[in-house]
Design a binder for this molecule. Structure first.
Ligand code: F6R
Length: 354
């Protein structure tokens, strides 16, 4: 079994994605510390907007889920080339682009400058860093040389630090330390050296191998994590994958399962959390009975630890490992993402994003 052969795992994972996944705990602390001295807007904003795509946008989705239970103001994530019309001087806008060169994010950053929003750029460099510095906007500089999706904590944690300083809720210093401790422990338990029988991430990757993964969040709170699983399965394992969240999927996708044939049936992963509540638990069981009997298999993955940040990040870490192990099973290096590069190349010489 290739997943029990550490030498073979290392050979296939030539870009070192598994090593980066194991560093998630350290990155969480580093990202939190990186924004300690970022200048804050003079008064509390009326809305927080996160502008970012792909691996640089998922931090915004997680920020929204983490602050939703506390924040008195809306958190809006924009993955577009145009900003909503409400963006203005009362907006705090995080321009999040790991490379600093993503066309859509640069267009959003330009529009935000014109709107008078308070802008914080989060980037490793590129045009975004240059433009933000030239205009005197705060810049959180993240370490260079990483695949953007592997740098998630470097992009998420500075935003959480700024929003915490503005009294919008979210994790405290000790919550962040607890998260890092849990992630470190979990990375040890799920790492490449732990053999398949004791390693639930390797076992789940083996079960998913050869089937379309469908990742369901039991509630909207874990929805961004289900989406992270899907995108990591896309980019690391290079497989087609689907995601959705309860309760919305009970109102449409459960019917779609009628069209699923035994050959080619997807494998369902359901993300569970201690805060799901009894209604979501009943709903998951109902969906299993009504529709998911058509799946190739169903497996629940539970969050771990205490506090929402820890629990969501524990699910992120688990999914990151699963995606990388599935890549290894497929004999594919998780790191290269040629088709994204090719898309950007084809678009760069055309009309600019408006
Ligand atoms: C690459 C990745 C991509 C990028 C996206 C935006 O690892 O995950 O989804 O994040 O193409 O690029 P950046 O992050 O440089 O703004």
């Amino acid at each position: 079994m290739v997943l029990d052969d550490v030498g073979e795992i290392t050979r296939i994972d030539a870009g070192g994605m598994l090593g980066l996944i194991q560093r998630l705990a350290d990155m969480t602390l580093e990202g939190w510390l990186a924004a300690a001295d970022i200048p804050l807007p003079p008064r509390r904003p009326g809305v927080v907007v996160v502008a970012g795509l792909g691996g640089s946008g998922i931090g915004g989705d997680l920020l929204r889920a983490l602050l939703a239970p506390y924040s008195p103001i809306p958190i809006v994530v924009v993955k577009d080339t145009r900003l909503p019309a409400f963006v203005g001087p009362e907006t705090l806008l995080f321009a999040s682009s790991y490379s600093g060169n993503t066309e859509e994010t640069l267009a959003l950053h330009g529009a935000a400058r014109r709107s008078g929003a308070w802008i914080v750029a989060i980037t490793s460099g590129g045009t975004l860093a240059r433009r933000a510095r030239a205009e005197g906007h705060p810049v959180v500089t993240v370490p260079a040389g990483l695949p953007p999706r592997a740098a998630l904590p470097h992009l998420l944690m500075p935003m959480l630090r700024v929003t915490a300083s503005l009294g919008l809720g979210g994790p405290t210093d000790s919550d962040v330390r607890a998260t890092a401790a849990l992630l470190r422990d979990l990375a040890g338990r799920l790492g490449p050296a732990v053999p398949v029988p004791e390693n639930p991430a390797k076992r789940l990757a083996s079960r998913l191998h050869g089937h379309v993964p469908v990742v369901y969040a039991a509630t909207p709170t874990t929805a961004p994590v289900a989406y992270r699983w899907k995108t990591q399965l896309n980019e690391n394992a290079k497989v087609f994958a689907l995601w959705n969240a309860f309760p919305e999927l009970s109102h449409n996708e459960v019917v779609g399962w009628e069209g699923v044939q035994a050959a080619g049936a997807p494998f369902v992963v359901i993300l569970r959390d201690e805060d799901d509540g009894p209604r979501a638990a009943r709903e998951v069981e109902a969906a299993k009975a009504v529709s998911l009997s058509r799946a190739r298999g169903v497996e629940e993955v539970w969050s771990q630890g205490m506090g929402l940040l820890t629990r969501l990040m524990s699910l992120v870490l688990f999914g990151d490992f699963v995606s990388a192990y599935l890549a290894v099973l497929r004999g594919i290096d998780p790191t290269p993402i040629q088709r994204i590069t090719e898309m950007k190349r084809r678009l760069q010489d055309g009309p600019e994003a408006r």
